[in-house]
Structures are given as C-alpha cells and as structure tokens.
Design a protein around this ligand. Structure first.
Ligand SMILES: *[C@@H]1O[C@H](CO)[C@@H](O)[C@H](O)[C@H]1NC(C)=O
Ligand SMILES: *[C@@H]1O[C@H](CO)[C@@H](O)[C@H](O)[C@H]1NC(C)=O
Ligand SMILES: *[C@@H]1O[C@H](CO)[C@@H](O)[C@H](O)[C@H]1NC(C)=O
Length: 284
C-alpha cells in the first residue's frame, strides 16, 4: 500500500514536469494571421504549458501561462515605409502570379531585416545561454529567415510550421513534398481546379518559378541576414530537419483537394471560437 502511495506521488510529479516551454512566433504583421494562432497559444497555456509568444501583434492582458514578446517594429516596417505600396491589397487582387510570388518572398525577407533590428527579437535571443524551449511553432509564411535565427539560437528545438494560409502546397519546401502542377493550381494562380492544357502548362511554370527563386534568391538572402547575427550559422536550409509535423488552415470541404504529406495536419478553422450570447438589447 505504502509502495502504491509512493508510486502515485511519483506519478503526480511526472505529470507536473510534463509542462513544456513552448515558443510560438507570429512574424507576419497581419491580424488575420495572429488571431488564427491565438486559440492554439491560449489552449496550450490552459493545459499548463509555459507559452512564450514572440509576435508582431500582442495583447495587453494575456491569459495565465502565456507571455508576449513584441517585435515592435514589424508593422511600421511594413506599413510606414515605401514597402507599403507593395502590400496594397486592392492592387494585389489585380496582380499576376509572378509579382505575387515575388511579393511573398520579399515580405519574409523584409520582415527578417526589420526583426533583427527589433528590441523584441534581441530580448529573446539574449535569454540565458542554457534556456531551453521544448517546442517551436511558427507561421511559416514568413519564410525561412526568421525561424532559422530562432532555431540556430535555441539549438535542436523541434519545429511545427503552422499557418493560417490555406494552401497545402506552400508546405512543400518545409516538408520536402511535391508540387502537383498538373493537378493543383499554384496558390497564387486563380484558375479552376480542372485547368485546361494551357493553364496546366502555365501552372508548371509558376511552380518551377517558385522553386527556383527559393533556391537562387530567397535562401541565399535569408542566409545573408541570418549571418549578420550569427556569422558561423549554417544555411537556412538546414533547419528543415527540425520539422516534426505541420498544421495548415485547410479544409477539403470548402477548397480544392490537394494531396498532403502524412505529417501535414489540416486544422482549418482553428480560430473559430464558441459563439457568445447576443447582448441583452439585441436579444429583446
Ligand atoms: C497554468 O499552468 C499551471 C501548470 O503549469 C496549471 O496548473 C494552471 O492551471 C495553468 N493556468 C491556467 C489559467 O490555465
Ligand atoms: C516561462 O516562460 C517565460 C517567458 O519566456 C520565461 O521568462 C520563464 O523563465 C519560463 N519559465 C520556466 C520555468 O522556464
Ligand atoms: C511613421 O513614420 C513617420 C516619419 O517617417 C514617423 O513620424 C511616425 O512616427 C511613424 N509611425 C509609426 C507608427 O511608426
């Protein structure tokens, strides 16, 4: 009996020590990206994990077990500089696929250039040398540069790329999967899923363009920025090995069907909260 008690007590300690230090990064200055990740942050806190959120958006009163680190200059670097003209959402709708792909590559690099000048990022990088995060979750639409800085600093941290963007094909570089050019329109190419022959050929061109610019432009530029902070850092490519699973805001009921790697988990609608009651005056 005594032995059983001891076991129970020991088990209780084991359960407590399962609380993990989790780092979540929301590096895209856009509320719609942030609010999608927010329920995940807060639920992990509720379950007893110690959640650190480094983000362009922060909330004044975070719930228990969640603390924010503000990358304070990402909004102004995007919307208060000449970069603003590029993120004119009305114009974006009229742009062709190539300028849109260029914009997406450029945005991540621009954010990374800004972040390395932010007090928030340096506050995190200056954590004690032996501080350990057990898990890193990041909105991977920000590109490879910012997460590589984190994963170089906090070595060997397991990585979950997650995004509110709804195109599983954007996970191809992080998961090492394929682009199905004959089957799935590129995420910026607005054509029906049953593309005709010419559209399929164009689609192949956009997919290849995206892959080649990753190799020849995005990664070399990301490496350059990473090495401003850490001159001996390996290429930003090498951090994909930290990926365990990936979460994506996709739901096959409301969008094109895309083949997914088994470690890509669709969590479409993650941001949806239980509805509140209508206010008293409206209910009457
Ligand atoms: C915060 O985490 C602790 C364990 O680390 C847990 O007991 C507590 O319930 C959590 N707080 C909230 C408000 O969920
Ligand atoms: C919990 O996270 C906060 C914010 O990152 C950190 O300051 C604190 O040291 C962490 N607690 C533990 C026990 O690691
Ligand atoms: C935007 O830039 C102007 C001048 O360049 C500056 O005065 C202003 O404070 C900036 N606003 C923000 C939100 O950074």
């Amino acid at each position: 009996m005594k032995c059983e008690m001891m076991r129970l007590i020991l088990l209780a300690f084991v359960a407590v020590s399962q609380a993990a230090n989790i780092l979540i990064m929301s590096g895209i200055p856009s509320a719609s990206h942030f609010i999608w990740l927010r329920p995940l942050m807060y639920e992990l806190g509720k379950r007893g994990h110690n959640v650190t959120v480094i983000s362009a958006d922060v909330e004044k009163k975070p719930p228990a077990n969640v603390s924010y680190i503000h990358m304070e200059n990402l909004y102004s670097a995007t919307y208060n500089t000449s970069f603003r003209e590029k993120v004119d959402f009305f114009n974006m709708a009229k742009e062709g696929p190539i300028p849109l792909l260029r914009l997406m590559h450029g945005l991540g690099l621009h954010m990374c250039e800004a972040a390395i000048k932010s007090e928030g990022l340096h506050f995190l990088l200056n954590y004690p040398k032996d501080f350990k995060f057990d898990l890193f979750v990041n909105d991977f639409m920000v590109g490879p540069c910012l997460p590589a800085i984190i994963m170089h600093r906090f070595k060997d941290v397991p990585y979950i790329p997650a995004t509110s963007y709804n195109a599983p094909s954007t996970g191809a570089p992080v998961l090492g999967s394929f682009a199905y050019s004959g089957l799935v329109p590129n995420h910026v190419y607005d054509v029906p899923e049953e593309m005709n022959f010419v559209q399929r050929v164009k689609n192949l061109y956009y997919d290849v363009f995206e892959m080649i610019t990753h190799e020849t432009n995005m990664h070399p530029e990301a490496d350059r920025i990473l090495r401003i902070l850490y001159p001996s850092a390996p290429s930003t490519y090498t951090f994909y090995k930290n990926v365990r699973v990936s979460f994506i805001n996709a739901n096959p009921i409301i969008q094109y069907k895309e083949p997914m790697m088994p470690n890509m988990i669709p969590v479409g609608g993650l941001q949806i909260q239980p509805p509140h009651q209508l206010p008293e005056d409206l209910r009457k």
